[in-house]
Design a binder for this molecule. Structure first.
Ligand SMILES: C[S@@+](CC[C@H](N)C(=O)[O-])C[C@H]1O[C@@H](n2cnc3c(N)ncnc32)[C@H](O)[C@@H]1O
Length: 373
């Protein structure tokens, strides 16, 4: 089958027919009727690594576009998994069918042409992937009802601006949570998204925990493992809370109730990652963005998994000193507490030390530097 104005490309171990004119960066502009963004190869790679580490019997790529993600699973994971690639745009389904045929996956992959909400009213899956333009909010209730017991959801959100504090009213309307600007706005945004998912799961008497959650290239992504029953739902809701950032002192306070109208939340305060699954994920050379996968896997594995981080520049300007080198800083803080880099920002760090102890270490380093002059 040939589709006008299309090209064949390779991604990972898969050949794909995609629109000749397509996005290759940024949040992904919509060009033409069928969407493909080559920069999202990394996002698709991560789903391949995760499903290789935790195989499932049935997986739905609910908003499949060209079928790129689903066909990569069929080709690169295998193991008897049944894959459904769904999209409501007829032109997208033509690409999905062409890509299934190109990779000879008729046995394991099925094309579906439906609104995902009506598909999910009829069928259930072990794994459901939601990868929309913008916010996933309209699709979450359907996904929460149709993911099987102890199944997994993979959710992308590209509406990072409202979530990270640039449009707090919009965030409040969509996510029923307050967002605020802060040096760690991307982490608050990701945690507001997860908090919303936990509240939606609770309506179905289900809880959830994060397998892997991250920010990259203008989007948030989280993989949630469902936990069944009212007690699991209550336990997950118990990990929602608030944070408040004081920009005059640089101090962040985490609390279970809002402290003032400047508090952000409700948001998820639990872990972003599951260390067991990260151990089992493997960034092998067959992936499309193998080097980037290796780099992120290392960052996620080493990340101190507690809420919020410090920006080196922010602390140094608060203390009127020039920013210390990151490795020096990590070494000094590491001598008295847990510390790591964070995937959210190359110039930031996470630590379990108290704010005042972090400041004291900064002052020591500044003293050392000025001592050399
Ligand atoms: C960002 S694109 C998906 C990209 C794709 N997952 C990939 O990795 O290449 C979003 C897709 O969702 C589809 N879509 C939007 N609303 C939908 C709905 N209610 N049901 C099913 N598909 C929908 C659009 O047609 C579009 O192809």
């Amino acid at each position: 089958m040939s589709i006008p104005d299309s090209v064949e490309i390779n991604e990972g171990e898969t050949s794909l027919i995609v629109p000749a004119v397509h996005s290759s960066g940024g949040p992904g502009k919509r060009i033409g009727k069928v969407f493909f963004n080559s920069q999202m190869a990394f996002n698709r790679d991560v789903s391949v690594m995760l499903l290789r580490a935790r195989p499932v019997q049935s997986a739905l790529d609910a908003m499949s576009g060209t079928g790129a993600r689903a066909v990569r699973w069929g080709r690169e994971i295998g193991g008897g998994m049944k894959v459904t690639a769904n999209d409501r745009t007829p032109e997208a389904v033509e690409y999905i069918s062409a890509n299934i045929a190109l990779n000879r996956l008729e046995e394991s992959c099925q094309a579906s042409h439906d609104d995902l909400r009506s598909l999910l009213a009829r069928r259930a899956y072990d794994y459901i992937d939601i990868d929309p333009f913008g916010s996933p909010v309209p699709f979450i209730p359907a996904a929460m009802q149709a993911v099987k017991r102890h199944g997994v959801l993979g959710i992308t959100a590209t509406d990072t601006a409202p979530l990270a504090g640039a449009h707090p009213r919009k965030c409040l309307r969509r996510y029923d949570a307050m967002s605020v600007r802060s040096p760690f706005g991307h982490e608050t945004g990701l945690r507001i998204l997860i908090g919303h998912l936990i509240k939606e799961a609770a309506k179905e008497d289900r809880g959830a925990r994060c397998l892997l959650s991250f920010y990259a290239d203008h989007y948030f992504r989280t993989y949630l493992q469902m936990e069944e029953g009212g007690a699991a739902a209550d336990a997950a809701l118990g990990k929602l809370g608030y944070i408040e950032y004081d920009k005059t002192t640089g101090k962040t306070t985490v609390s279970m109730e809002p402290i003032s109208h400047r508090s952000a939340g409700p948001l998820w305060l639990g872990p972003l990652h599951d260390s067991e699954i990260l151990k089992d994920m493997n960034a092998d050379e067959t992936l499309a963005a193998a080097a980037r996968c290796k780099k992120y896997l290392k960052l996620w594995r080493e990340e101190v998994d507690i809420p919020f981080f410090y920006e080196n520049d922010e602390l140094s300007s608060l203390l009127h000193m020039s920013p210390p080198r990151m490795d020096r800083l990590l070494e000094q803080i590491g001598a008295s507490g847990k510390v790591s880099r964070t995937h959210f920002s190359p110039t930031a760090f996470k630590t379990d030390l108290e704010f005042n102890d972090v400041l004291a270490i900064y002052r020591d380093i500044a003293g050392e530097v000025s001592g050399h002059h």
